[in-house]
Unconditional design. Structure first.
Ligand code: ADP
Ligand code: MG
Length: 709
C-alpha cells in the first residue's frame, strides 16, 4: 500500500458530513486528511459531567446548572465608554433569575427573540451551560446554552469531559467533535504509524500513539477537569513530547539545509575596525566587543552565518551591526539592512550613512521603502542591481521580487520579533546567486528564553549583549491613575520648560488604529491648547511617511518639546535628550511592549522617568503587571514574567506565523522535556531518518515545513 492510500492520508471528504463546501472551511484550519483531524487536538475541555449547585458556584467556572426561573424581565442599559460603542446596540437585555434552592444566578441575554423570551418565563425549569461571572449584584451567565425541562424531567449528564477544539469561522464545535469521533472509532494500533522508537516509549512509559490520541480527544470517564488541566496524563505527555520532537526536527532540517549553502568569507582587519569604531564617539562595552568578535569569526567562514543577536533596548546593537557591515564592505560586497518600520529604517539609514561616508564615496548608502515609487524607485533598483551602492537599508520593501542585488553578502535584520522564520529564509534565497548565499545577522531586543531558543530558533547561533553602556541611569517609573492626569500634565510642562523633551504615548490596543490615531490627535490638540508656549508634535500610523519623518526629525533637533505619539514610536527611535515618557492606558499593553516603549528614554545623561497612566479601576492582575514594569529594568526579567503570564506565542509575536503555535505543547510549561527531546531528535535523525518527514508533516503540516523553503 502506498502512503497516499493509507488511512492517515485519506481525504476528510471520506468522512460523513464533509462535502466540498465544508472541506474548504476545514482546509482553513489546516485539516485536509484523516491525520489532520486526529492531530487537531482539543484546546481545552468542558465539564458537563455534573450539575453544580448554584450556591457553590464561583466566578470563572464553566458549569452546568439546573433550576427554575423565578422571574424574568427586559432591562434597558446604557453601555459603552469614552471610545466604545455598546456591542449590544440598543442596550436591551433579557434577565432571567434562576434558582435551585441552594442559591440564585442571573441569565443575561443581549440577543433574543420573542419566542425565546416567552420560553424563558417565570416557572420554567431549565438546564444551562455557561461561564459564571460577577454581575452587578449577583453571579451571572451571559448567553448560556440552555434547554428547557419538563417539571419532572430528568436529563442525563455526560459521562466524560467534552473536548473544545480550536475553530475557525463557519466550523462548529459539534462538527469538529463529530469528525474526531468518526475517525477515532476507525482507529486501531495499525491505522496511524508509530514513529517514536519503542525503546523511548518503554523508557518513558508512553502509551501507543493511537491510545494517546483516543484519550486526548475523549478523556476517560471519571477524569476531572483539574487533573486534565494539570497535563500530567501519560497520553498528554506522549503527544507533547512528540510535538516538541517534530518542531526540533524541523529546525534541525532548516539548519542542515543552511549548512549546505556557501557564503563568501570576509575578514575584518583590526586597524580598520579600530579606526571605524573611533568615529562612534564612545567606547564599546565589553559585551559589544565580545559579540563583534563572535560575528567576525563567523564571517571568516565560507558557510553562511546565521546568528541571532539579542540585546536589551539601548544596549547598542546598531553599532555592532555596523562593524559586521564593515567587514563585508571592505571586500566591496553589499549589505542589506531590514527594519520593521519606516521610521526605524530611516534612522538606521542616517546612522549608516554617517558612519560609512568616505571621501570618495558619498552615496554608499541607500534607503528603500514602500514610499519609493515609479522613476525614483527604478533608479534605486538600478543602483542596487549594478552594485553602485553598498548598503541598502529598507523595510519589507526589500523583499519585493524585483529587488536584485549585485553582490549581497550580509543581511542584517533589526528587531526580528516581527519577522517570521519564513521571511528570514526567503531573505536568504533573495541573496542567493550561483550557489552563494548572504550571511545573516538577526537582531532583537526580545530576550529568547532557553526553551524558545531550543525550539523556534534552533536553526540559529546565539549572541547576547548582556551589558548596557556605562552611565545609563535607571528610568524611574511610576504608576498613576488617569484621574491624576492634570498633575502629570503639569509635570511634563515643567520639564519641557526646563529644556527637557518628553514623549506622550496614546494607546488603544483593542480598538481600531483609526481610533488610536484619533485619540493621539485629540490629546495633541488638547495639550496644544493648554501650553501655548511649548511646541507639540504628533506622529501616528495614519500619517504619511514624510510627515512622520519630518516630525521625528524636528523632535531630534530639539525644536519640538513634546512628542505625542501612538505606539509607532515603540521600536528603536533614538533621541538621547528625551527624558520623560507618559504612557496612557498602560494597562492595555504587553509587558515587553511597555519595556520597549520605556526604552525610548534613559538614553542620555539625564535622570529619566516614565509615567504609566491607567484607567481606574485596575484589576488585580493588571496591577501586578504594571508593578513588574515599575520594579524591573531588565528586559530579560520582564520577558520571562511576561512569558509566564501570557504564553510564548504572544510574547514573540509569532502566533500568526505559527512558529511557536503549538497544538498541545507549551514550551514554558514543558521545558523540562527539552533535553530529552533534543536527544531523541538526534537519535531519530541518525537511526530512523525516514521518520523525520512524516513526523514533521503530522505536526506542522506541509505548508509549515515546505512552504517557502
Ligand atoms: P539598541 O540596541 O536598542 O538598538 P542602539 O544601537 O539604538 O540600541 O543604541 C542606543 C544608544 O546608545 C544610541 O544612542 C547609541 O549611539 C548609544 N550607544 C551604543 N553603544 C554605546 C556605548 N558603548 N557607549 C555609549 N553609548 C552607546
Ligand atoms: Mg535598535
Amino acid at each position: 500500500m502506498t502512503q497516499s492510500e493509507s488511512f492517515e492520508y485519506q481525504s476528510v471528504q471520506t468522512l460523513k458530513g464533509v462535502g466540498p463546501a465544508v472541506a474548504v472551511k476545514l482546509e482553513k484550519l489546516g485539516i485536509t486528511t484523516i491525520q489532520d483531524v486526529l492531530f487537531h487536538l482539543p484546546l481545552r475541555y468542558e465539564d458537563r459531567t455534573r450539575v453544580v449547585p448554584i450556591g457553590a458556584l464561583k466566578s470563572g467556572q464553566q458549569v452546568v446548572v439546573e433550576g427554575v426561573i423565578e422571574h424574568s424581565e427586559v432591562r434597558f442599559s446604557r453601555k459603552g465608554g469614552r471610545w466604545g460603542k455598546s456591542k449590544a446596540g440598543s442596550g436591551r437585555s433579557l434577565l432571567c433569575y434562576l434558582s435551585d434552592g441552594t442559591g440564585g444566578i442571573v441569565l443575561r441575554f443581549f440577543y433574543f427573540n420573542a419566542s425565546q423570551q416567552a420560553m424563558l418565563a417565570a416557572g420554567q425549569r431549565v438546564r444551562c451551560f455557561g461561564e459564571v461571572r460577577h454581575g452587578a449584584n449577583s453571579l451571572e451567565m451571559t448567553h448560556p446554552e440552555y434547554k428547557s425541562l419538563a417539571e419532572n424531567e430528568c436529563l442525563p449528564v455526560k459521562d466524560a469531559l467534552t473536548p473544545v477544539y480550536p475553530k475557525t469561522e463557519g466550523v462548529h464545535q459539534t462538527l469538529l467533535r463529530n469528525l474526531a469521533e468518526q475517525v477515532l472509532t476507525r482507529l486501531n494500533d495499525n491505522a496511524v504509524p508509530e514513529w517514536l522508537p519503542e525503546s523511548l516509549r518503554k523508557e518513558k512509559s508512553f502509551p501507543h500513539l493511537s491510545q494517546a490520541l483516543k484519550r486526548v480527544h475523549n478523556p476517560e470517564a471519571g477524569i476531572s477537569l483539574d487533573s486534565i488541566e494539570a497535563v500530567k496524563h501519560p497520553a498528554q505527555q506522549r503527544l507533547i513530547f512528540e510535538e516538541l520532537l517534530a518542531h526540533r526536527l524541523s529546525m534541525l532540517q532548516f539548519r542542515q539545509k543552511a549548512e549546505k549553502y556557501q557564503a563568501r568569507p570576509h575578514n575584518i582587519k583590526s586597524n580598520m575596525l579600530t579606526n571605524f569604531v573611533r568615529q562612534f564617539g564612545f567606547e564599546l562595552t565589553a559585551a559589544q566587543k565580545k559579540v563583534i568578535q563572535e560575528i567576525a569569526s563567523d564571517l571568516k567562514n565560507n558557510v553562511p552565518m546565521m546568528r541571532l543577536l539579542q540585546g536589551d533596548v539601548g544596549s547598542g546593537k546598531t553599532a555592532v551591526s555596523a562593524c559586521a557591515a564593515l567587514a563585508v564592505l571592505s571586500d566591496s560586497n553589499q549589505v542589506a539592512i531590514m527594519a520593521p518600520t519606516e521610521i526605524l529604517a530611516s534612522q538606521l539609514y542616517e546612522n549608516f550613512s554617517r558612519w560609512f561616508k568616505t571621501s570618495k564615496n558619498n552615496d554608499a548608502c541607500l534607503l528603500l521603502t514602500g514610499k519609493d515609487k515609479g522613476k525614483k524607485r527604478d533608479n534605486k533598483l538600478d543602483a542596487i542591481r549594478q552594485g553602485k551602492v553598498s548598503i541598502v537599508v529598507g523595510t519589507h520593501a526589500l523583499f519585493q521580487e524585483d529587488v536584485e542585488f549585485d553582490s549581497l553578502s550580509l543581511v542584517i535584520v533589526d528587531e526580528q520579533h516581527r519577522f517570521g522564520v519564513h521571511q528570514r529564509l526567503s531573505l536568504r534565497e533573495k541573496g542567493a546567486k550561483g550557489g552563494i548565499v548572504p550571511h545573516q545577522l538577526i537582531m532583537t531586543a526580545t530576550p529568547i528564553p532557553r526553551s524558545l531558543a531550543m525550539t523556534a530558533y534552533a536553526d540559529l547561533d546565539y549572541s547576547v549583549i548582556d551589558e548596557l553602556p556605562v552611565g545609563r541611569k535607571k528610568v524611574t517609573t511610576v504608576v498613576l491613575s488617569d484621574q491624576r492626569r492634570n498633575e502629570v500634565i503639569e509635570r511634563v510642562t515643567e520639564a519641557c520648560r526646563k529644556g527637557e523633551q518628553a514623549y506622550w504615548v496614546c494607546t488603544l490596543v483593542e480598538e481600531s488604529e483609526v481610533l488610536q490615531c484619533q485619540a493621539a490627535e485629540e490629546t495633541a490638540a488638547q495639550l496644544n491648547q493648554d501650553f501655548k508656549d511649548l511646541t507639540i508634535g504628533l506622529v501616528h500610523g495614519r500619517m504619511k511617511q514624510e510627515e512622520k519623518d519630518a516630525v521625528v526629525a524636528r523632535f531630534k533637533t530639539g525644536e519640538i518639546n513634546l512628542l505625542v505619539a501612538t505606539t509607532v514610536i515603540e521600536v528603536g527611535v533614538d533621541v538621547p535628550n528625551a527624558s520623560l515618557m507618559v504612557i496612557e492606558n498602560a494597562e492595555r499593553l504587553g509587558l515587553s511592549q511597555l519595556h520597549q516603549l520605556r526604552g525610548r528614554v534613559g538614553r542620555g545623561e539625564k535622570q529619566s522617568s516614565c509615567v504609566l497612566m491607567y484607567q481606574s479601576p485596575l484589576s488585580e492582575r493588571a496591577k501586578q503587571r504594571l508593578a513588574i514594569i515599575r520594579e524591573n529594568s531588565s528586559g530579560f526579567v520582564i520577558a520571562q514574567k511576561d512569558l509566564e503570564m501570557r504564553g510564548a506565542g504572544e510574547v514573540l509575536g509569532t502566533r500568526q506565523t505559527g512558529v511557536v503555535g503549538m497544538r498541545i505543547a507549551d514550551v514554558l510549561r514543558d521545558e523540562f522535556m527539552l533535553d530529552d527531546v533534543k536527544q531523541a531528535a538526534e537519535q531519530i535523525q541518525a537511526q530512523w531518518p525516514d521518520s523525520v518527514k512524516p513526523l514533521i508533516r503530522r505536526w506542522m503540516g506541509w505548508s509549515e515545513q515546505y512552504g517557502s523553503v
